[in-house]
Design a protein around this ligand. Sequence first.
Ligand code: TYM
Length: 344
Amino acid sequence: APRVLSGIQPTADSFHLGNYLGAVRQWVAMQDTFDAFYMVVDMHAITVQTDPAALRRRTKVAAAQLLAVGLDPERCTLFVQSQVHEHAELAWVLGCITGFGEAGRMTQFKDKSAKQGSDSTSVGLFTYPVLMAADILLYTPDPVAGGQDLQVPVGEDQRQHLELTRTLAQRFNHRFGETFVIPEAYIPEASAKITDLQEPTVKMSKSASSPQGIIDVLEESGPMRKKIMRAVTDTGSEVLFDPENKAGVSNLLRIYAALGGGVTIKDLEKRYEGQGYGQFKKDLAQVVLDTFEPIRERTQKLLADEAELDRILARGAERAGAVASVTMDVVRDRVGFVGRGRAE
Ligand code: TYM
């Protein structure tokens, strides 16, 4: 079967609406038709200073949330990145074929490091996209079998990192012989960039959005409803999709259509014609609550049995590790590392 692979950082106590619509929902849909690998990327999370207890907690919450939205450990491989050591190992090799300038052109790095200043920016943040390339390429389907696919469902903000991954895969193949399948970014346009509720021209973001601008999947219903009612809308009062001039309303329409069980943006424009923003937001809040409430409940149940959660992740790491170690053996050989013989 063709493969699908993706990852999410455990950098907050919950995923937000952008993560859910931009990525995680596609993960669930794809687990049936693909050989699926999904991971919580805790090694990426430590590229900025992180409290160990918080990281441990968030990693488990992230895993529980992924199960709660519908990932099924029988149908996909769910694991924690740091439990499969080949990720770090391949990242080193790929780092050695990445240009310094090439890595420096990553816009996410430029934005984040500009905000932090160079002394508090870690080298890990700089090489972050290389680790991401390793995450992906370790799960390359056998290139010799031919015609195999490796799909990576992500939001728009990861497009440049995917491009770099493709470049590195091609470069490695060219220098060392066919090894990696060239992965494809899977970015469905409708929900590729969910924006901040208070600043509807920039993406909703764990690190950059204000609490008022972001909706967490695990948030309590009261605050969730309030945030939607207070979302920035635009001058005028028509519920119309016009991303250029009505960024706020257009973002809300996107969210509504994505969660509304088949209703289209056109349908919604018609339904709210002449009604103003109030009723529209009220109904949208209900749709969001109806989606997230059951997820919140299931997450709490899953977190109540930590031993079972640990077992699921251990099985996931075992399955992921089996694939990763085969790829890494090939890579070591291609690069010219001497295989370890017997000690006696
Ligand atoms: P992360 O943890 O920032 O986000 C997880 C996923 O959510 C998407 N996303 C959004 N989609 C739409 N609208 C938004 N406002 C929005 N905000 C976030 C992201 O695009 C992402 O798909 N580098 C990755 C994690 C990663 C990874 C990988 C992904 C590490 N290794 C290998 C794929 C394959 C990241 O920081 O995602």
